[in-house]
Write a protein that binds this ligand. Sequence first.
Ligand SMILES: C[S@@+](CC[C@H](N)C(=O)[O-])C[C@H]1O[C@@H](n2cnc3c(N)ncnc32)[C@H](O)[C@@H]1O
Length: 247
Amino acid sequence: MIKSILKKAFGINKPEVAPEPITQATIDTVNRNPRIKRFDIINALIEKHGYNSYVEIGVRNPNECFAFINCKEKYGVDPGVEADFPVDFNMTSDAFFAQNNRKYDLIFIDGLHVDEQVKRDIANALNAITPNGTIVLHDCNPPDLHHAREDYYDFNTPATVYWNGTVWKAIVDFRASDEATKYSCVVVNTDYGIGVIRPTTQGAKIENDNPFYAFRKFEKDRERYIGLISIEEFEKEYIGKPIVAHH
Ligand SMILES: C[S@@+](CC[C@H](N)C(=O)[O-])C[C@H]1O[C@@H](n2cnc3c(N)ncnc32)[C@H](O)[C@@H]1O
């Protein structure tokens, strides 16, 4: 009835059902069980650039990511603080980079999710990637303050054991640094935010007008602070075709 009156009067259809509000549960589902996961993005980059070598900083259970990576040479780095699966380099990322003297095509940073550590991991990884290499980072886009808490062990929040830590601050710092003139740095909006750092000739740094790293300020403008882009934008600009999901 209302629909036909509206249509007659204004030529519009009133939607039958109001759009679903974006609830915390929706955000959690999208991030915890996304269509495109971190290893899908990594595999798409490996295929696109014909990469041969891969390093994962922070492996935990290899059956959650490492095992799904399709690359000729693969190496895992983990000191075993969260779980004790065998890895190629049973040490911290700092110790790994200190002994490293070779280059890798893709380095995935997913170790200690504290901004100071992530900043060091990025700086070390920049020295250890091949000229057309890529750095990928996990947990760059915390859905809320609970996921972005400092203390992993504070499980008494709506985020429970899920933890993105303060990786987002390292991404903001990178995008505001001189390095951003030589490397593009974006975050794909899936699986808690997949950061991608690649060499570019068209880089530009942002102004970090959030010196206290206030989460409330960050969450209002994620596009600018961390370069948040959709999966579709990433496919178009970085891969050139749709990404195939592993499962
Ligand atoms: C989030 S888990 C990694 C998950 C895995 N990359 C995946 O995609 O499923 C983080 C891992 O980082 C490891 N870790 C903690 N501190 C580290 C450090 N300083 N250097 C490297 N790895 C670290 C932990 O032992 C843990 O296994």
